[in-house]
Design a protein around this ligand. Structure first.
Ligand code: PGA
Length: 256
């Protein structure tokens, strides 16, 4: 894991944006895994401002709520088109987001896995983290080998996401999410976390044992995972001085 600690979310996002931009310049037909929620909003804004060429890029989103029509303002379809896709020259057929409104969830999930494989796998997966350590919507105790499937949200996640829906009772109970096994197959993972509400989940994920009770902790087993954190999200890390030291002593050729 590479832990990049920056004073604020803007600085941490700029580094993440440079990592994504470099990939799209080096590999114009890259396959990107994308995330939703508050955390990647700044990243998408920066990527839009960079005016990159998205024509040949393929995307797979991590998750979608079950039972929301695509056009619902809180669906992740709506989120992605509103906050990224409609501002860049992406090719619509290259965009993939699980269909949460399907009648046949197992079939959609199996097809999603096949589509990811068919695209050659994910080059870079953008991740947020839940206050409970979830990645995608793989809630604590998710199998660390899981594939795309239906999950039931925890009460805590429904409370965390109530702000988007106006009230908790409007937050769907179920989601379709890429599995942890799916995420672990991405060639690179880029996790962003901002704010002190994420500090505990980050400390457990980075410095705690690998455990399904903090699903993000499995990223310790991933060969290329970078975490871009602001100071509050990094505030419970015991070895933060070392991570800063490593970052400030990177050889030039490794800098972003
Ligand atoms: P957030 O969600 O970016 O809205 O905090 C992160 C997540 O649940 O993965």
């Amino acid at each position: 894991m590479e832990i990049i600690i920056q004073p604020g979310a803007e600085a941490a996002t700029s580094i993440a944006a440079r990592i994504v931009a470099r990939l799209l310049r080096e590999k114009p037909d890259a396959v990107l895994g994308l995330a939703t929620g508050s955390t990647p909003l700044l990243l998408y804004r920066e990527l839009i401002a960079m005016k990159l060429d998205w024509r040949k890029v393929t995307t797979f989103n991590l998750d979608e709520y079950v039972g929301l029509p695509q056009a619902h303002p809180q669906s992740y379809h709506s989120f992605m088109w509103e906050n990224l896709f409609r501002h860049v020259n992406i090719t619509k057929k290259n965009v993939h987001i699980p269909d949460g409104n399907t009648k046949d969830i197992p079939n959609i999930c199996a097809k999603y896995e096949k589509q990811i494989k068919g695209a050659g796998g994910i080059d870079l997966q953008v991740l947020g983290i839940g206050t409970d350590g979830h990645i995608g919507f793989n809630e604590p105790t998710s199998s660390l080998a899981s594939r795309t499937r239906i999950k039931t949200l925890t009460q805590r996640t429904r409370q965390d996401n109530a702000r988007f829906f106006g009230s908790e009772d409007k937050v769907p109970h179920h989601v379709i999410t890429m599995g942890i096994g799916t995420i672990m197959e991405a060639r690179q993972n880029l996790l962003l976390a901002f704010g002190n509400t994420k500090a505990r989940a980050i400390a457990e994920a980075v410095e705690g044992p690998i455990t399904s009770t903090n699903p993000a902790s499995i990223l310790q087993m991933h060969p290329v995972t970078k975490l871009c954190l602001d100071e509050p999200a990094a505030s419970q890390l015991k070895r933060s001085d070392y991570y800063r030291w490593v970052y400030s002593n990177k050889p030039d050729w490794q800098k972003y």
